[in-house]
Ligand binder design. Structure first.
Ligand code: GTQ
Length: 316
């Protein structure tokens, strides 16, 4: 009984940090060995060391680094799994989702809803790297996976770039809303905009003792999370911030966007700088420190846990 119904969350998921400078050479080597087209998705999976062989970054989520080189196309497909992209490197590559393209820059958070056709391309002259977050283990758990390939590499573009941004992301909504599904109709939350909001908060308000200045990305149609399974966040830690320990039941993947600092996870220190990725397992105490003004992006399964009435937190 006590091993089935534990007193507290008990997980194989371990705290871990991947230094971008350590993994980037392996990703570029993958770029020499296989094309995006051959691989379908050329990704180095960030596998949690506590769950080897399972392609999971946390118990419920997947994380990977995807590389699209100049001139390449990652061919069009669609699947039950939802995906998020958080851009780490490069500028001007695009992803196309359901007939619309968005061009991406570092710090942009881009969504791919469940069963939406998507292909990625890079017409810029630089390699483009982003972090992929997918709900693969959640879909696996429910045995609900489907995938289809399109009969051509790139889908037909039917809408001008930025259509969803103008129709849904500017505080005005169309009278006849034809948006379907539970994912936000905004599919690129640009860093330019979100960074401005964080800067405004930092210069006008006191910071939270656990999180600094932390916001969640929201669906303008209902104010909820931008995606139905994965909650996404952006937070700023002011220079010299020393956060109080905090824990919650959603294991969380963090990415440093700017700055330099350290996060203590369950008693272990992890120093981070831009593009480093680290994982905080469920219910382990986490406290952030910032040597410089820093920005962290994060994603977790909190969106699901809240819907099921399971999510809990403890503030320090
Ligand atoms: O871009 O569709 O990292 O299907 C893994 C599976 C990315 C994607 C991944 C995928 C994708």
């Amino acid at each position: 009984m006590s091993s089935l119904i534990t007193k507290e969350p008990k997980s194989d998921c371990q705290p871990h940090l991947w230094r971008y400078d350590d993994v980037r050479p392996a990703l570029m080597e993958a770029g020499d060995i296989i094309s995006a087209k051959e691989a379908v998705r050329r990704v180095l999976i960030l596998e949690n060391p506590g769950m080897t062989g399972q392609s999971k970054i946390t118990t419920s989520l997947y994380g990977g680094l995807q590389l699209v080189l100049p001139g390449e196309v990652a061919p069009c497909h669609r699947h039950s799994q939802s995906a998020l992209r958080f851009v780490l490197e490069g500028q001007g590559a695009h992803t196309a989702v359901d007939g619309e393209k968005t061009y991406m820059s570092p710090g942009d958070f881009v969504t791919t809803p469940s069963m939406a056709w998507h292909d990625h391309g890079n017409t810029s002259d630089q390699p483009m790297v982003w972090l992929d977050g997918l709900d693969i283990p959640i879909v696996q758990f429910f045995d609900a996976s489907f995938v289809e390939d399109l009969d051509k590499d790139e889908q037909k573009i039917t809408k001008p770039a930025n259509t969803s941004q103008f129709l849904y992301g500017e505080g005005l909504l169309p009278l006849e809303n034809d948006h379907h599904g539970s994912c936000s109709p905004v599919f690129n939350y640009t860093y330019e905009k979100s960074r401005r909001t964080l800067e405004f908060l930092r210069s006008t308000q006191d910071s939270d003792r656990n999180h600094g200045y932390k916001l969640h990305y929201s669906n303008p149609l209902d104010g909820g999370y931008a995606m139905p399974t994965m909650a996404t966040f952006l937070q700023m830690l002011p220079k010299g911030f020393a956060g109080q320990p905090y824990r919650s039941t959603d294991a969380t993947v963090f990415v440093c966007v700017e700055g330099r600092g350290m996060t203590n996870i369950g008693g272990q220190d992890f120093a981070w700088s831009p593009r480093d990725i680290f994982v905080v397992p469920s219910w382990q105490k986490v406290s952030h420190q910032a040597d410089e003004e820093s920005v962290l992006f994060s994603y977790s399964d909190r969106a699901v846990q809240e819907k099921l009435g399971l999510w809990r937190e403890q503030k320090g």
